[in-house]
Design a protein around this ligand. Structure first.
Ligand code: SF4
Length: 138
């Protein structure tokens, strides 16, 4: 069983109410068992919502309200779902403050990316789940 960021599957769960369907990921999953997860939705954040970025290890919305608790609670819920389904691997949307695998936005809300991992990705990797970036399918 593979866990996948729901927005890659075409679910409109992104902060802007859109999806980022990745046909190559969907093709790869065609003959496999998988489950979609959206950590930010699991953390109770609405759709749409303000974009968020990580600043000094904590997550803030673009109006600089802390959303750190929601991000961590969503990551925990995603981990529980992943464990329940016995997933060992997750395919995650690159650059997201939840799901980024190799890079995240730098906290300046200016579109600049830096090396780093999303909050959910960090937790999954700490728990032995292999996280694969959506960009590895491009
Ligand atoms: Fe996609 Fe992850 Fe953001 Fe949800 S939290 S919209 S699954 S990148």
């Amino acid at each position: 069983m593979i866990a996948v960021s729901k927005c890659l599957l075409g679910e409109c769960c992104r902060y802007d109410g859109k999806h980022c369907m990745n046909k190559k990921v969907i093709d790869y999953l065609k003959d496999k068992e998988y489950i979609g997860i959206c950590p930010e939705c699991l953390g109770g954040l609405p759709i749409p919502r303000q974009p968020s970025e990580i600043i000094d290890g904590k997550v803030y919305s673009s109006s600089l309200q802390s959303v750190d608790d929601a991000f961590h609670s969503g990551a925990e819920k995603a981990l529980q779902i992943i464990k329940k389904h016995g997933c060992r691997v997750a395919i995650l949307k690159e650059s997201s403050p939840s799901c980024g695998v190799h890079q995240v936005y730098d906290g300046s809300f200016s579109g600049k990316k830096i090396a780093g991992k999303g909050i959910c990705t960090q937790l999954l990797e700490e728990n032995g789940i292999s996280c694969i970036s959506s960009e590895e399918f491009e």
